[in-house]
Each structure stands twice: as structure tokens, then as C-alpha cells.
Design a protein around this ligand. Structure first.
Ligand code: ADP
Length: 360
């Protein structure tokens, strides 16, 4: 087991106008499941590949425990990588695929078999050991790829979008399997995904990236409850947090005639253009006359347990979208006008220009 530390690690691809990752500082604790998440092209894979030694580091340093590995070849880093496309050898059986790296490392055959059998049992692959990859489902192939990583008993797992090629149902199941396995094995893991739900459900901590730069590194709940900037607020959570622009005046802000309640911290810090954020589940539907935000309902999604009400409100003459989570059984309907309010501790306030969080 091991810790991982990036110290201002930079990757500047030859010929590019600017670095893909200008200089990342990130520490992963021993045994921790760290997820790197962000939109496509934000530098997640580049960061992971720098750790795995598959991408050159142009400046800065990377450590595994106290050992600097910045210039250590990939095979000597004691890292196992799991890729999106599984990267299995098609002509080899499952058992041979899993044992391949051990064979290269000259591990004796008996020991190899023992480790493969152990990993196969852990992954529910025992009955498939003699099959070729093409005779397996996508989920099973991904488990073989995991098995290949496990048998090496590495200090660190690096996983690059390992679930992307699976269908939705398989993805949900496999994500639980991987998270469970990682926690049983306790191997420090760095996992890349563009899917924020995957990040939130799997990570001990999640590192949100944008344009090569870390925005916030926190536990899933902390990211959800206290996004440190507008980008994180909009990226984490599905459906998205409602974000509405207004102008603060004397510690107060009104959106579409609704006097938004904000906490004391925001009250003191707000100045000029602010963006107010409320999660869909934090609206309360009230009756007309209670001073709520008027919303015209355009679409209602019924999900059984809940429903999501999509509508628009009028912000200084411009329609703004609003999403409200309501009960699955008694909820408003298309064409209704409803009124919603919320509480100060559910209101996230950001400076519109800098994106910085202003509420507590
Ligand atoms: P992500 O994994 O978040 O989708 P990447 O790390 O793959 O992002 O890419 C980050 C940026 O670096 C992107 O702008 C991408 O186009 C660029 N990039 C990635 N790989 C290369 C490469 N081999 N050569 C040049 N540019 C690259």
C-alpha cells in the first residue's frame, strides 16, 4: 500500500499552445479511492498517465510513498493500470491474460496459478478461466482486466474510464463491484471518469478538474453541500443545481421578484453580480401570496418515488430555467404556475465574475 503525491506536475504536449495540465498538486492517502472527474479534455487522463509513467512530466514531481517516480519507467512503478478498452490479449485464455504480467515478471508457475485462482474467485470468474475474451460479456471482460491488475498486487491502481464501454445497467453493477473490491483490497486507487455520478458513488474523495486545473478536492458529500465555486456547483449533482443570476444590493438579492434568503456570510460578502444556487430538492412549493418565486411549469418527469418539475421563471424580463424535485404522487402539472421558496442554509451564493463561493 502507498500514498501518492503530485507536486506541481506539469504536462505540456509538444506543439500545444499551453500545457494540458499546468501544474497539479494532489495527495492521495494510503488505501484511498480518489476519483478525478471533469468534462472531456480537462486533463484527467493526462494526470493519471503521468502517475502511471505513460506520459512525460515536463516539470514538477510525482511520489509514491517517499519514492520519487517522476522519471521511473512505468514497469518499475509498481502500478497496475485498467483501461476503458480492457486491452486483453484476444488469443489468450482468461487465465493466461490474468497471469501474463506475472509471467513476464518471472513469477513461478505455481505461484501464478495460485494468484490467478484467488483473483478469479474474488471476481466471480472461476468458471471462465479457460475461455477466450471474445466469449465473455463486456462486464466479464472488464472483470478480467481488473483481475489482471489485482494479481500483480500493486501499490497503486490507475483506472481510466473502466466502465465507459458497458451498458447502463452493467455500469451500475460493475461500479459497485469495483468500489467494494477496492475497499476490501485497500489498494490506493486513482480513477478517472467524466461521469459525476460515478465519481460521487465510488470515490472516498473526488478531485474536480477544469481546463487542467483542480477546482476542489473533497468527499462526495462536501462537494455536494459546499461547492467552492460555480463550476463545481454546476458539475456535481443531477439534475443540476438551479443557478440564477442577480444583483446584490445592501446584502440582499432578488430573483424574479423573490427575495432570496441568504446566510450571514453571503450577506456580508455579496457585492454586485451574484449567482444564486438552489438544489432541486431544496425548493418548497408554497401557495400564492407567500412571496415565493413564481414558476411556470413546462414539463413534469414522473419517476415513481419522486418527480422532477421543469419550469421557467422570469428574471428581469429573461426566462430562466428552474428544476424542482416534488413528490412522486401529488405534484404540479404542465401549464401550472407555482411558487417556491427555500431557506438560507440551502442557498449557495457565488460571485458571478470570479465564480467564488460567498455563502458559508
Ligand atoms: P480528459 O482525460 O479529461 O478527457 P486529456 O487528459 O485526455 O483530458 O486531455 C487534456 C488535453 O490535452 C486536451 O486538450 C487534449 O486534446 C490534449 N491532449 C491529450 N493527449 C494529447 C496528445 N497525445 N497530444 C497532444 N495533446 C493531447
Amino acid at each position: 500500500m502507498a500514498t501518492v503525491k503530485f507536486e506541481k506536475a506539469q504536462r505540456w504536449y509538444p506543439g500545444a499552445d499551453e500545457p494540458a495540465v499546468p501544474g497539479i498538486d494532489l495527495e492521495i492517502n494510503d488505501g484511498e479511492f480518489m476519483v478525478l472527474v471533469g468534462p472531456s479534455g480537462c486533463g484527467k487522463s493526462t494526470t493519471l498517465r503521468m502517475l502511471a509513467g505513460l506520459e512525460e512530466v515536463n516539470s514538477g514531481r510525482i511520489f509514491i510513498d517517499d519514492r520519487e517516480v517522476t522519471y521511473v519507467p512505468p514497469k518499475d512503478r509498481d502500478i497496475a493500470m485498467v483501461f476503458q478498452n480492457y486491452a486483453l490479449y484476444p488469443h489468450m485464455s482468461v487465465a493466461d491474460n490474468m497471469a501474463f504480467a506475472l509471467k513476464m515478471a518471472k513469477v513461478p508457475e505455481e505461484k501464478r496459478r495460485e494468484r490467478v485462482n484467488e483473483a478469479a474467485a474474488m471476481l466471480g470468474l472461476t468458471e471462465f478461466l479457460d475461455r477466450k475474451p471474445k466469449a465473455l460479456s463486456g462486464g466479464q471482460r472488464q472483470r478480467v482486466a481488473m483481475g489482471r491488475a489485482i494479481v500483480r498486487n500493486p501499490q497503486v491502481f490507475c483506472m481510466d474510464e473502466p466502465l465507459s464501454n458497458l451498458d447502463a445497467k452493467m455500469r451500475v453493477q460493475t461500479r459497485t463491484d469495483i468500489a467494494k473490491l477496492q475497499s476490501e483490497l485497500g489498494v490506493t486507487t486513482c480513477y478517472v471518469t467524466h461521469d459525476q455520478v460515478e465519481a460521487m458513488t465510488m470515490g472516498d474523495r473526488v478531485a474536480v478538474m477544469k481546463l487542467g486545473v483542480l477546482q476542489q478536492v473533497d468527499t462526495p458529500l462536501k462537494l455536494y453541500d459546499k461547492p467552492q465555486n460555480l463550476f463545481v456547483a454546476g458539475f456535481i449533482g443531477s439534475p443540476q443545481m438551479n443557478l440564477m443570476e442577480g444583483v446584490a444590493d445592501n446584502g440582499e438579492v432578488k430573483i424574479g421578484g423573490y427575495h432570496v434568503p441568504v446566510d450571514e456570510t453571503a450577506e456580508k460578502k455579496m457585492n454586485g453580480k451574484v449567482t444564486v444556487g438552489v438544489r432541486p430538492e431544496n425548493w418548497r412549493i408554497v401557495s400564492d401570496g407567500e412571496g415565493g418565486l413564481p414558476v411556470q411549469v413546462t414539463v413534469v418527469e414522473e419517476l415513481g418515488a419522486d418527480s422532477y418539475v421543469y419550469g421557467t421563471c422570469d428574471v428581469e424580463g429573461t426566462p430562466a430555467d428552474v428544476i424542482i424535485r416534488a413528490s412522486g404522487r401529488s405534484h404540479p402539472h404542465r401549464g401550472d404556475t407555482l411558487y417556491v421558496t427555500t431557506d438560507p442554509h440551502h442557498v449557495h451564493v457565488f460571485d458571478t465574475e470570479s465564480g467564488e463561493r460567498l455563502s458559508d
